[in-house]
Design a protein around this ligand. Structure first.
Ligand code: ZN
Length: 347
């Protein structure tokens, strides 16, 4: 199925090269998204499918890719494409079909912009994207990640539990790491996700009870810290620009050993000290580490055979640092003034 979809995406990419105006664009759009398109076949298959979840993911995958390519072209036609080269036709995992009604449409949302960069990066590295479950069971949110029963994160004041006691709203996208480690028995696992997570926090300028996270991990017979450093450094360069100083500090997380906090040299003040880096010259970016033996054992992996890294970070945090946004609530309020100007202070 995936192959078939890839073929159609390839076809769209070819056809879209020939388009010169909006009329032609509309025809192509109809061809790939209309009732008589492949999409419809997918949807009717879905009705009768035994494994609805898997097929649903394919429908999702098809829509996201086709929409991303179509709307990227449309922006090009309208002369508004923020991305410069064709390589930047992006797989917009999070972008719904945008209806553009006038020229006054603002800009791509900062969280979407950061997500675009991340999606493109991991797609190029052949990492598999999974969205995972927002409603999760304790096993995948906590237990398999070696987060003990008495851990403060598991308490009611930090986690939203559902009435069905075992279920909760995921507190991190690391649940997909737990799930894939548990489900995928192959010798090479490369996964990433960008998705919504929930914490029982009061909303303020730096906290939101709902926000988005990136998680990624890789596991194989030979995945090393060197692989991790390379993959992470290149990712951070894509997000924050080249000539970035990156620092790894030893830390502690229940599911990694050794664990690292990763900092970047403050590019707003060139490490001289400013309000963004709290005068330290460094900005804390994310938590990461090598997947611990405990987690590998809990997910039935052979600790002598398999090793890998995992990392997680808030998308809002990345956007706040890159665009110097002081209040996380700005991302959610649909304030046009913010949405039009958020990148004015970019480096
Ligand atoms: Zn600074």
């Amino acid at each position: 199925m995936k192959l078939e979809i890839e073929k159609i995406i390839g076809l769209l990419k070819e056809e879209i090269k020939q388009i010169n105006n909006l009329e032609e664009w509309k025809k192509i759009k109809a061809k790939f998204l209309s009732k008589s398109s492949f999409l419809n076949k997918l949807r009717s298959d879905l009705k009768n499918a035994k494994d609805k979840k898997e097929l649903g993911q394919y429908v999702q995958y098809y829509l996201q890719n086709i929409n991303a390519i179509l709307y990227d072209k449309r922006e090009q036609l309208e002369g508004k494409n923020i991305f410069t080269s064709e390589n930047n036709i992006l797989l917009a995992k999070n972008i719904p079909e945008i209806i553009i009604q006038s020229n006054d449409k603002g800009k791509i949302h900062p969280l979407t912009k950061i997500s675009f960069i991340i999606n493109q990066y991991f797609d190029n590295l052949n990492f598999n994207y999974v969205y995972g479950n927002e409603i999760e069971i304790e096993k995948f949110n906590f237990d398999l990640l070696n987060i003990p029963k008495n851990h403060p994160a598991r308490e009611m004041q930090d986690t939203f539990y559902l009435l069905d006691e075992n279920k909760l709203l995921r507190t991190h996208t690391t649940n997909i790491t737990a799930r894939k480690l548990y489900d995928d028995k192959s010798n090479l696992l490369k996964y990433y996700t960008i998705g919504t997570v929930y914490r029982n926090d009061d909303n303020d300028s730096t906290h939101s009870l709902q926000f988005n996270q990136l998680d990624f991990f890789m596991l194989s017979k030979s995945t090393s810290i060197a692989h991790f450093k390379y993959i992470l450094s290149k990712l951070l360069e894509k997000i924050f620009g080249k000539d970035l100083e990156i620092r790894f500090r030893l830390s502690y997380f229940p599911f990694t050993e050794p664990s690292f906090e990763v900092d970047i040299g403050c590019f707003h003040c060139h490490k001289k000290g400013c309000s963004i880096c709290k005068n330290s010259g460094w900005i804390e970016i994310l938590g990461s580490g090598m997947i611990s033996d405990e987690v590998l054992k809990l997910t039935d992996k052979d600790v002598n055979q398999m090793q890998g890294f995992a990392a997680g970070v808030g998308i809002e945090r990345l956007a706040m640092i890159r665009f110097n946004v002081k209040d996380i609530r700005d991302f959610y309020l649909n304030n046009l003034k913010f949405l039009k100007n958020y990148d004015q202070k970019e480096r």
